[in-house]
Design a protein around this ligand. Structure first.
Ligand SMILES: Nc1nc2c(ncn2[C@@H]2O[C@H](COP(=O)(O)OP(=O)(O)OP(=O)(O)O)[C@@H](O)[C@H]2O)c(=O)[nH]1
Ligand SMILES: [Mg+2]
Length: 234
């Protein structure tokens, strides 16, 4: 998939503040400083779209970008950023959990994992939570320009073991570098295929409801077709 346009839409601090859920959405999440904003800039080819900072915890809001006027990329705040104020931290986590659990247009969450480190407890806990909440996700191992391939193989193996232990088939895994652009094509191809699937499903739903309307308008006295049981996608 080619990125033809990428525009900032809005920064939200709650689910209510998010834009209408009318396009397929893909969210990037991961520990603070893992490289979420940098990867969004690399994927879109706009170096200043998402703010990058050497200070962990820079992204504090849900930041929406409209890509190709067709789908949303969402830059989520990093988890595990030790905010001093406990109440502020709880509010912050509630915002992310509300979004992940309730956002109807969310197609997939990309969990970014620092490829230089063995599986971290925070990442494992978060992945386990996603599996328990039945939220579709993929893993993206970031900063591979700084990683030895043996280290990365080991970490991938740790996550594969976790998936086996939890009885799920392995989640899709990607390796990326915002420095070299590694992984960009694979990620965009994957997102493109998922966007196409959503659009095809919507077309099918529309065709079905169109067929029902035809039946309702049928004045020949023929038996009306039963209404579609497929819930409309929003
Ligand atoms: N070498 C290398 N450095 C990277 C890469 N991606 C990000 N960085 C650096 O890592 C730091 C954090 O990057 P961000 O993109 O701001 O990370 P983030 O996950 O958005 O951080 P928060 O918003 O604070 O949670 C910056 O100094 C980036 O330059 C990468 O692929 N390779
Ligand atoms: Mg960020």
């Amino acid at each position: 998939m080619q990125i033809r346009s990428a525009q900032f839409v809005i920064s939200a601090t709650s689910l209510d503040g998010c834009p209408d859920p009318d396009v397929p959405e893909f969210a990037f999440i991961g520990r603070s400083n893992v490289g979420k904003s940098s990867l969004i800039n690399r994927l879109t080819g706009q170096t200043k779209l998402a703010k990058v900072s050497a200070t962990p915890g820079h992204t504090k809001t849900l930041n929406f970008y409209l890509i190709n006027k067709d789908w949303h990329l969402v830059d989520l705040p990093g988890y595990g950023f030790a905010q001093k104020n406990l109440a502020a931290r709880e509010r912050f986590e509630e915002m992310i959990i509300d979004y992940l659990e309730q956002r109807e247009s969310l197609i997939r969450v990309f969990v970014l994992i620092d490829s230089r480190l063995p599986m971290q407890k925070l990442d494992r806990d978060f992945v386990q939570w996603l599996i328990g909440a039945d939220i579709d996700f993929a893993l993206v191992f970031t900063k591979v320009d700084k990683t030895k391939s043996a280290v990365l193989r080991e970490t991938r193996g740790q996550f594969e073991t976790l998936f086996q232990e939890m009885g799920i088939s392995a989640a899709p895994m990607f390796e990326s570098s915002s420095e070299t652009g590694a992984g960009k094509l694979e990620l965009l191809r994957f997102i493109g295929a998922e966007v196409a699937t959503v659009v095809a499903d919507e077309d099918e739903d529309q065709d079905e409801s169109g067929a029902d309307n035809d039946a309702d308008n049928d004045e020949s006295g023929g038996a009306a077709t039963a209404p579609s049981t497929t819930p409309p996608r929003s």
